[in-house]
Design a protein around this ligand. Structure first.
Ligand code: 13P
Length: 253
């Protein structure tokens, strides 16, 4: 049993559409969850999702946010806009954004500030790639990502999450073991204490993402420093995702 409700977030990435929204919403609305659930569809579906889920506790969020507040930035969406259409959180610095769209720790820092100002909960994604993993550089990479993105934030009364997503585990079916995840989450917590202070660090939930399925969700959530899950592929199957959420219910207080 956890001290607080685990957070399970679905990241649809560039997938889904009206059909998936309807089947997902139908599946969510038949259940009541003790775990906290979030769903991040592509931007254009956020408003629909918010209106379908308006009578539920399920949070809707975005997969990204602009580092700019407003102006001549074609194709961008600001934190304030996301808040206005009903988002509760946004993912920041997902490894696909870092790899494909060349985002860096400095832009993550700005995006987190924008999100906090707009009262969106940022979920900062961090993690090492396969080569870094093989070379034993996991802690060095996380140290850089955390120490560059997090210092100087005004967190009073605000919520922040970290998602540890080892790149080698994303979409590969090769999830990190529960013991590996526990060890890394402990390290992340230790660095959060250094950067934010013990009190603020104690409020930060640390999620794991990377090939989470209904078969490994329970053992991951059983780890003391795993406060939730960030689910990609398995969240595109509403029944599968709902099962993961039910597993999270079992460890909710
Ligand atoms: P998979 O669950 O498909 O491995 O994706 C994880 C992820 O990137 C979630 O943000």
């Amino acid at each position: 049993m956890k001290k607080r409700a685990p957070l399970v977030v679905a990241n649809w990435k560039l997938n889904g559409g009206t059909d998936l929204i309807c089947t997902s919403v139908a599946s969510f609305l038949t259940k009541s969850f003790k775990a906290e659930i979030g769903i991040a569809p592509p931007y254009v579906y956020i408003s629909d999702m918010v209106s379908f889920l308006r009578n539920s506790a399920i949070m809707v969020g975005s997969q990204n946010v602009s580092k700019f507040a407003s102006g001549a930035f074609t194709g961008e969406t600001s934190a304030q806009m996301l808040k206005e259409v009903g988002c509760g959180f946004c993912l920041i610095g997902h490894s696909e954004r870092r790899q494909v769209f060349l985002e860096n720790d400095a832009s993550c820092h700005t995006k987190i500030e924008r999100a906090l100002t707009a009262e969106l909960m940022p979920i900062l994604c961090v993690g090492e790639n396969n080569q870094q993993h093989e070379l034993g550089l996991t802690q060095d990479i996380l140290y850089r990502q955390l120490h560059q993105a997090l210092p100087g934030l005004e967190l009073q009364g605000k919520r922040l999450c970290i998602a540890y997503e080892p790149v080698w585990a994303i979409g590969t079916g090769k999830a990190a073991t529960a013991e590996q995840v526990q060890q890394v989450h402990e390290y992340i917590h230790q660095e959060l204490v250094e950067i934010l202070g013990a009190e603020a660090a104690g409020q930060v939930q640390i999620l794991y993402g990377g090939s989470v399925k209904k078969d490994n969700a329970a053992e991951l959530l059983a780890m003391p420093n795993v406060d939730g899950l960030l689910v990609g592929g398995a969240s595109l199957d509403p029944e599968h995702f709902t099962q993961i959420c039910s597993i999270a219910n079992d460890v909710a207080p």
